[in-house]
Design a binder for this molecule. Structure first.
Ligand SMILES: CCCCC/C=C\C/C=C\C/C=C\CCCCC(=O)SCCNC(=O)CCNC(=O)[C@H](O)C(C)(C)COP(=O)(O)OP(=O)(O)OC[C@H]1O[C@@H](n2cnc3c(N)ncnc32)[C@H](O)[C@@H]1OP(=O)(O)O
Ligand SMILES: Cc1cc2nc3c(=O)[nH]c(=O)nc-3n(C[C@H](O)[C@H](O)[C@H](O)COP(=O)(O)OP(=O)(O)OC[C@H]3O[C@@H](n4cnc5c(N)ncnc54)[C@H](O)[C@@H]3O)c2cc1C
Length: 560
């Protein structure tokens, strides 16, 4: 994040100076924004950067305990430099949060520079690999840096100390977070596909109950409950891959527009990166835990690969923006868009469907049979009507409040659900668009169509209350969707293993005895057990000190 921050907020000159050093690992940088007292609320950060015109320097200082930088990855032990976000103060005025390049450690002996106190913040969730990341704490005691180490692409301070705001939206200060959020969506798809690969392969070899007259037991993958829990997760892995590809295109397109000072899609980029990051990471974190449960007891073994994957993955719901805070950002943009509908301003991009407000507010879903739910047009319209009606309902309720802001906070739980509905519409839309493309491979398109319908109808089934409460569907149509879902599971079943093999993960990368490509699980589980250090001695350490005396004492007592 050190690199994208300099690319996005540094001048050409600053990029020329600092990026080669970072690329060649002559310096190691981190992104030091979050503090002990503030993470979500960036504008509440307390670290100060006060310009000293006498020496043409900024004085970086941590005025309070809560201003200590806290969490930045790489900060504790590895980084020599940081992009530090601090309150810029010049001529006695506070101009809010800006980025500054600050050296933290000597390039000679890696010792902290004068005025810099830093270290690791301690162990994190479980024994997961995230403990290999030195998330750190950092405090400044009046550390001086040259004025040219303020990142000056978005705003400048002159030699005399005058603050100059460039003619660019101040939100570009948040550009690095937008970049990482869009990459986190692709990351969600990777993590989810790993968990699903393990769970599907293991469900295919695990047999439990159901044997007739001594014949083989039933593969658990054949149980409808296993399929109804597992196949929506398989479909989600594909859905997040395709929406992540599209989001990367959107991000690239916005970045190119920024180069020519076209800021027209900045809001769309913010809403989509924030919302998709929130929805895909929440779903993926829940799905990895579900995959553990789908593997029964063996899923709880570290050798299954699932506990580690879960422990390392779950902070994604928090870092790069707490998911609720990000969804409320989406909700704000939805409310703004709804308020503009009466002005005749046509919504664009992923909000364009809101322009069909007349139709969508009164449309009646035309589904009459279960098979009708295989028609993408019916799915698309149902999701559009649900999302729009939830947004309009929220806007109407907020409108009844005496104060817009008060109304927004009062209705924030409903706004959260409206934001999720909008983001799920985007995911469904991009999946439908993907399967409409020419897709190579015999039968591949049909399989992806099945998964697209599984993702859409499962999501509809899980959120049926929204569809019914907004009148977007009737209970009968909801029941038909669920009926069709069951038929789709039967179609996915024969290809389920092939659909996870298609992720093409090596056994090494998967790191799971349950997810082995050859399915040879039981010998692998048994072999793995003996690697446990506890098994290095047949009689456990502590027997003579603790167990033996206890057993002997009990034996004596029993003879009395
Ligand atoms: C090499 C790079 C890495 C690659 C990564 C690869 C894979 C990824 C995998 C794992 C990642 C690895 C490790 C994890 C790293 C984690 C790092 C971090 O966590 S860094 C810190 C992250 N912190 C946050 O995300 C903070 C969240 N808070 C905020 O973003 C803001 O505080 C806010 C919630 C957005 C509120 O900001 P503010 O109070 O300034 O603004 P508002 O008043 O709400 O809105 C004003 C206005 O601005 C618009 N807006 C807000 N944000 C943006 C934006 N980002 N872009 C564009 N526009 C934005 C907002 O819509 C309002 O607009 P308007 O209504 O029109 O005025
Ligand atoms: C593994 C990991 C790595 C990280 N790496 C970095 C890094 O490299 N650099 C960096 O700068 N930071 C980093 N962070 C910090 C991370 O970005 C913040 O923790 C994150 O942005 C959440 O902010 P917070 O901790 O202040 O949460 P808080 O906002 O305090 O969240 C607490 C609760 O308050 C709720 N809440 C907050 N505001 C509102 C609101 N307005 N309305 C409703 N509810 C609200 C939240 O939903 C949540 O339930 C990392 C964090 C983790 C866990």
């Amino acid at each position: 994040m050190f690199v994208p921050a300099i690319k996005g907020q540094g001048t050409e000159e600053q990029q020329k100076k600092w990026l080669p050093l970072a690329y060649k690992f002559q310096i190691i940088g981190c992104y030091a924004q979050t503090e002990l007292g503030h993470g979500s609320n960036v504008q509440g950060l307390e670290t100060t950067a006060t310009f000293d015109p006498m020496t043409d320097e900024f004085v970086i200082h941590s005025p309070t305990l809560t201003s200590s930088k806290w969490w930045p990855g790489g900060l504790g032990k590895a980084s020599t430099h940081a992009v530090v976000y601090a309150r810029l103060i010049t001529e006695g005025k506070d101009y809010g949060i800006h980025g500054f390049i600050v050296q933290l450690r000597s390039l000679e002996d890696h010792s902290p520079l004068p005025g810099v106190t830093l270290g690791d913040i301690g162990g994190k969730f479980g024994s997961g690999a995230y403990n290999s990341m030195d998330n750190g704490v950092l405090r400044f005691d009046h550390v001086r840096i040259p004025r040219d180490q303020m990142l000056m692409r978005l705003s400048q301070v002159t030699r005399e100390g005058k603050y100059v705001q460039s003619d660019v939206p101040k939100q570009l200060l948040y550009g690095t977070m937008v970049y990482v959020r869009q990459s986190i969506v692709a990351d969600a798809s990777k993590a989810l596909s790993r968990a699903v690969c393990i769970a599907v392969r293991y469900s295919a070899i695990r047999k439990q109950f159901g044997s007739q007259d001594g014949g083989p037991e039933t593969q658990v993958l054949n149980y409808r409950t296993q399929q109804s829990r597992l196949f929506p997760l398989l479909a989600s892995a594909y859905a997040f891959r395709f929406v992540g590809d599209w989001l990367n295109w959107l991000y690239t397109d916005v970045t190119q527009k920024l180069e020519v000072k076209d800021y027209s899609t900045l809001q769309e980029a913010h809403a989509c990166t924030a919302g998709l990051k929130a929805v895909t990471t929440s779903a993926t974190a829940d799905a990895i835990e579900e995959c553990r449960k789908l593997c029964g007891g063996h899923g709880y073994l570290n050798s299954s690969g699932l506990p580690e994957l879960f422990a390392v993955y779950v902070p994604a719901c928090t870092y790069e923006g707490d998911n609720v805070v990000l969804l409320l950002q989406v909700a704000r943009i939805l409310m703004k868009t709804v308020s503009q509908l009466t002005s005749g301003k046509q919504p664009v991009g992923t909000m364009a469907y809101m322009g069909k407000v007349q139709h969508l507010m009164q449309s009646k879903c035309a589904v009459k049979t279960a098979e009708d739910w295989l028609n993408p047009a019916f799915i698309q319209e149902a999701f559009e009507a649900r999302a729009l009606r939830m947004a309009v309902n929220c806007a109407q309720n907020i409108g009844q409040a005496s104060n817009q802001e008060e109304g927004f906070y009062e209705r924030s739980p409903d706004l959260l659900e409206a934001a999720v509905a909008h983001i799920q519409l985007i995911i469904v839309t991009k999946f439908i668009e993907k399967v409409h493309q020419d897709i190579p491979g015999h039968g591949v398109k049909e399989q992806l169509q099945n998964l697209c319908n599984v993702y859409a109808l499962y999501t509809l089934h899980k959120h049926l209350g929204d569809f019914l409460a907004t009148g977007s569907l009737t209970p009968k149509q909801g029941a038909l969707a669920n009926e069709q879902l069951g038929k789709l599971y039967a179609q996915v079943r024969p290809n389920a293993v092939a659909l996870v093999d298609a992720f093409n993960y090596t056994d090494h990368y998967l790191g799971s005895v349950l997810g082995r490509y050859d399915g040879n699980v039981y010998p692998a589980l048994y072999e793995e057990a003996w690697k446990d250090p506890l098994n290095e001695t047949v009689v456990p350490e502590g027997y003579h000190e603790y167990l033996r005396p206890l057993l002997k004492q009990q034996l004596k007592l029993s003879r009395l």
